[in-house]
Design a protein around this ligand. Sequence first.
Ligand SMILES: Cc1cc2nc3c(=O)[nH]c(=O)nc-3n(C[C@H](O)[C@H](O)[C@H](O)COP(=O)(O)OP(=O)(O)OC[C@H]3O[C@@H](n4cnc5c(N)ncnc54)[C@H](O)[C@@H]3O)c2cc1C
Length: 556
Amino acid sequence: MATKATTAASTTGTGGAQKADYDAIVVGGGHNGLVAAAYLARSGARTLVLEARNKTGGAATTEAPWPDAPEFRVTRLSYVMSLLPPTIIKDLRLDHHGYKIFPMGPYYQAFPEGGSIKLYADDAKRNHAEVSKWSKKDADAMPRWDAWLAGLAEVLGPLLLTVPPNLGSRKPRDLKETLRLAWRNKNLNVRTIADVTRLMTMSIADLLDDWFESEQVKGALAVNGVIGTWAGPYEPGTAYVMAHHSIGDVGDGHLGNWGFQEGGMGAVADAIAMAARENGAEIRTDARVQKILLKDGQAKGVILDNGQQLTAKVVVTSLHPRTAFLDHVGRQNLPDDFVADIEHWKTRSGVVKINLALAELPDFTADPGTSLQEHHTGSVEMAPTMPYIERAFIEARDGQAATRPFSDGVIPTAFDKTLCPDGYHIMSLFTQWVPSDWNTEPHTEELAAYADRMIDCYNEVAPNFKSSILHRDIVGPYQMEHDYGLVGGNIFHGELSLEQLFHMRPAPGFADYRTPVPGLYYASSATHAGGGVCGIPGMQAARAAIADRRKLARRR
Ligand SMILES: Cc1cc2nc3c(=O)[nH]c(=O)nc-3n(C[C@H](O)[C@H](O)[C@H](O)COP(=O)(O)OP(=O)(O)OC[C@H]3O[C@@H](n4cnc5c(N)ncnc54)[C@H](O)[C@@H]3O)c2cc1C
């Protein structure tokens, strides 16, 4: 990339032969766009981020949704961290910019028929005691299961940071990359490859049936297989979704552990924005991009919805693929195969986020008390058994919101004292499912009834729950799409289904963070390693842009 000193600073470029306004323009100020900007700026590129909303962060956002109670802030969409790799934390000095994670406590499920279970990320002894309450056989199987997952994480973890090769291409560069990947995995044996194959092809229900017998234990372990997914636990591929959510760590060395960012997920995005600014990037909010500016088939900048044109040597877009390519680049400027791939991109999920302000902590019949206890500090689940989860999906697939939805609940204020006044709590419920087409209409009343039912489910096991709710905020698929750009309401810019992973994400031939348009790079969660707040797409897209510019400069 050109250095800051060699670039023009005009803000009224026209896309002609003059110097570009910026070295790099990043479309979208979600966490991936910000990571891309931070890396680009760090390389010396004069970088501009354009964000449509009045604040950055995208799906990593902390907001005060109740105008009459601004002292309560919620982490409105995404809610826990695990997938952001140490490389990014270190490169961008995020610790210096407020990145601070409280590792979560155990998974907790209180059962409607009585009793409860806790599962710890890091305590085999206590896990054995907890699981023994439901099955001695399952308790004995648990350490083997943990070791099995850890073995798979050793294979899958490094793949998250691997740029997928262009499988099937005979170009020397692509063949070299494919061979390099094979070489890096040369130590895999027959057994490991079989395990990876199982993980990639099985349903989470079938996989857990191979390991455990107790419905309660299987229910607790199934949640990660269906988070954000338009698929019930009996659908092939859900075993991989579980792995995707189980291979990160929050920096405390415990695999699969998740944590709460102090100040909510918006503080993660703010830390990255600070890093970007520290490196020299400029960030503009209320700046909606309408089109990517093309000249002779190359990306040359953007056109904002107010008509302003801004030019750049490279453009990185971090938006949903339908918006980035079909709306902003235009079908006529893209190869037909690629257009078809993006049109067929699956982007459903039927997720509803319910954020609550509580006057007191849930008082569980199985574990009584409203004072803070360990079971309040992790995932406070409502996913008691596999058939319970499956029923919720089947109802939504048949066109009706779940009667008894499942929920991955958390109470970040168990640790984080910055979100609400002392003595109160924030609880965030990540729930599924409503029908996949609820992104087309607000469904306000049905969502309120759905939230009532969700709250009733918790009230059955914690009878003070309903009466403790001071405020509630419901964000359904329509709002996710229209306010946050999450087309179809999918939380990851596209489903984590097998045909949309690795070299297929977002389309075959374009999984290396480049696009069919020279000069345009792709950094959204719809690329490999997304979704989730992992920053990897942003980092990889910036690296690709920087590498290509350097190569071009060398050739010149
Ligand atoms: C309800 C929910 C819960 C989740 N929970 C978790 C979780 O707990 N942990 C986790 O790791 N992940 C979670 N995720 C997933 C994770 O939040 C996303 O994968 C990730 O935040 C996406 O980041 P991104 O930067 O790729 O895209 P986004 O965050 O979507 O950012 C894209 C940005 O582009 C902006 N934009 C859109 N159109 C334009 C335009 N025309 N011009 C300019 N800007 C535009 C948007 O406003 C947005 O700021 C969750 C997501 C949701 C929705």
